[in-house]
Ligand binder design. Sequence first.
Ligand SMILES: NC(=O)C1=CN([C@@H]2O[C@H](COP(=O)(O)OP(=O)(O)OC[C@H]3O[C@@H](n4cnc5c(N)ncnc54)[C@H](OP(=O)(O)O)[C@@H]3O)[C@@H](O)[C@H]2O)[C@@H](O)CC1
Ligand SMILES: [K+]
Length: 516
Amino acid sequence: MLQAFTAGQVRSAEEPLLAAGQGAALMQKAAHGLFAVAAGMLRDSGGLYGRTVVVLAGGGNNGGDALYAAARLARRGMGATAIALSERIHPDALAVFTAAGGRLERLTADNTDALAARCAAADLIIDGVLGTGASGALRGPVANLIDAVNAKAGPRGDRRPQVLACDGPSGVDLDSGRIEGPVLRADATATFGAAKAGLLTGAGALAAGELNVIDIGLGLSNGAAPAPAIRRLELADAAALYRRPRTADHKYTRGVLGIAAGSEQYPGAAVLATGAALATGIGMVRYLGPRSVGALINSVHPEAVCSTGGVAEARSQAWLVGPGAVGDPEQARRARDAITSGLPVVVDAGALAEVPRTVGPQVILTPHAGELVAFLGGRGRPVTRDAIEASPAEYALETARLTGATVLLKGYTTVTAAPSGEVFSQADATPWLATAGSGDTLAGILGALAAAAAGDGPAAARAGVPEGAKWAAVAAAAALIHGRAGQRAARRGPVIVSDLPGEIGAVVAGLLAVPD
Ligand SMILES: NC(=O)C1=CN([C@@H]2O[C@H](COP(=O)(O)OP(=O)(O)OC[C@H]3O[C@@H](n4cnc5c(N)ncnc54)[C@H](OP(=O)(O)O)[C@@H]3O)[C@@H](O)[C@H]2O)[C@@H](O)CC1
Ligand SMILES: [K+]
């Protein structure tokens, strides 16, 4: 599991080592890791010798790390320039950099454009402006320089230089992921000691590019470490959460998922959710809804048990309500009954409007940003879509605390939050999954996992997450399965959501291949 901490938590972990006189050694470990990532990027794009690197060097230790790394690149035959962004630059690192042949330029009032052109012409820019010592958005002449570099170098994708962020892209709030001023979007980030929370969610996750965590021995993964601000499940964690079929199982012990989804108007959502749930692995799907929708489901999935009855008569371990259930009062009633049943229930799409003021963490809300705007607005908390997308972890957590529910907020990173405070952020998806029906599929996967987890007491402990975070972890596992299924499908071309169940099965097979 990837664990991410706030800048403050990382600085606290550094303190005893700094007090013990190990600051310089820590910086060397950081610089070595940064160099290794830079060298990897350059080797993949033509090698090191004869190429050029520009370091944006701020006045703190972040600039020091970047200068030491660039000195190593200079010693391997690269043309290296440092742009000093502050009167005082880390003196020891600067001395090593110039001794290795690096050139120093200083940002002044009238050379911003010339230095930006220098950056735009380089093969690699190392962003060592600032790291965990940042306060607020980039300001002053540095902000102007970053704006000018962005204007000259073009957006990521069609510009010449690759950008490597030292500890994090400068200008990203390393706790929330929010970006309030200019930022140089990175192709990759080397982050030291532990991932920073703001690199895993929101605008920060987009700006960070590929994340490389460099272990510098801060002890943030040992038992005495503070709880991480954000977690990210990896394959082995999702495998630990997944309830494997056992020898003595029958269909009821494996989990029955009741689905009240779809309507005369939107029958397809129910078919997609049912197919995804079956592919994820479950004892049975009981479908409740219009007869015509049930018939359609059975024409594709004859194993689903379909009826037009109510929630109370349909024994299930968990419920999924909402997808495609539009303009159908009976589906709305089933949604209300499921939400108040005390069973785990995935509440998607239109059913979000049926959630009472407070519920329990077994109620899992699955809005996208637009739906969350409406949901929070209806509870007297006006917020914009932009604000949610810039800092999704914050709003997912606020919603979880406000309602008592678990929240899965869909987006570029899918964030899940438990009312007890734990947050997960998954980045498994592909943009090809941003297509109609994708959310119905995610809801089906999550419904199946929830039904299996309902009777699976040790699930959270197996994955090493606090019991209070069980449903948030299960929701994160659903996002992982959905995202990876999408990635598999995208290898063959644009994703057609009806094809996803086959890929979901393959991803689950991958989970089962992880040793117990
Ligand atoms: N400590 C350790 O053990 C280790 C730390 N390590 C490294 O140190 C980094 C932390 O270093 P740090 O504490 O020196 O702060 P840092 O992030 O360089 O920034 C401070 C500078 O930024 C400036 N500044 C601030 N906000 C600004 C803004 N909005 N806009 C513009 N400028 C702004 C501020 O200037 P000021 O305004 O205060 O004059 C000051 O000069 C950490 O991220 C990691 O890379 C590694 O080597 C491993 C060991
Ligand atoms: K930086």
